[in-house]
Design a protein around this ligand. Structure first.
Ligand code: 5GP
Length: 211
């Protein structure tokens, strides 16, 4: 149906498994999706590469992007800035790819405000205890950071009901399929099919007037 790509935002508590989910989705449906790469002022974690996980910028470089209006949205999360570069998202959507932004809640709500057709998905583990276990098990963060992130999760839970769908990330493959289905269903939305609807109206008028 619609030719333009869908804009989908995926948020969820730090430790909900969003990263793994995104990787699995992109691996399975490589042709369908483009994952936006954010800019951030946080330090790279071990194994992260500039231009792959993030564009790692200095405060000054990040401020420069804001001044140039090069970000769709930006937000501060646990003492660092994160933002979504505009150009890539718009180019990929125009090329027909469904674009996924994996961003936190403040940013997600800003994107929805600017682009109301955005699909907001919230990924959560089955329980709070499971969230804590995953954060500890990841082994990449200090105790302080884990405490900060759990506190942040408690704040973020207040906003869950502003999302369109909740995805419980228990069995990874099931969650990937649910996410794929929800995004693909958006292509059938009336708001994504203006050109099709206009063409149908026009053809019907022509048919009626020719009989
Ligand atoms: P992390 O430091 O664990 O990679 O990311 C921390 C949080 O920042 C995550 O919730 C992630 O989704 C969010 N995030 C990543 N990129 C962006 C972005 O471009 N904008 C916003 N608002 N949040 C982002």
């Amino acid at each position: 149906m619609s030719e333009k790509g869908i804009l989908a935002v995926v948020s969820g508590f730090s430790g909900a498994g969003k990263g793994t989910l995104m990787k699995a989705l992109l691996k399975k449906y490589e042709e369908r999706y483009a994952l936006s790469i954010s800019a951030t002022t946080r330090q790279p974690r071990e194994g992260e590469v500039h231009g792959r996980e993030y564009f790692f910028l200095t405060q000054e470089e990040f401020q420069q992007m804001i001044r140039e209006d090069a970000l769709i949205e930006h937000a501060c999360y646990v003492k660092n800035y994160y933002g979504t570069p505009k150009q890539y998202v718009f180019d990929q959507m125009a090329a027909g790819k469904d674009v996924i932004l994996e961003i936190e809640i403040q940013g997600a709500l800003k994107v929805k405000e600017k682009f109301p057709d955005t699909l907001l998905l919230f990924v959560t583990p089955p329980s709070a205890k499971e969230l804590e276990a995953r954060l500890v098990g990841r082994g990449t963060e200090t105790e302080d950071v884990i405490r900060d992130r759990l506190a942040r999760a408690a704040e973020e839970a207040e906003y869950m009901d502003q999302y369109d769908y909740i995805l419980v990330n228990d069995v990874l493959d099931d969650c990937v399929e649910q996410m794929h289905q929800l995004i693909q269903d958006q292509h059938q939305r009336v708001s994504e099919n203006g050109a099709f609807i206009s063409a149908m109206k026009q053809e019907l008028k022509e048919l009626v007037s020719s009989v």
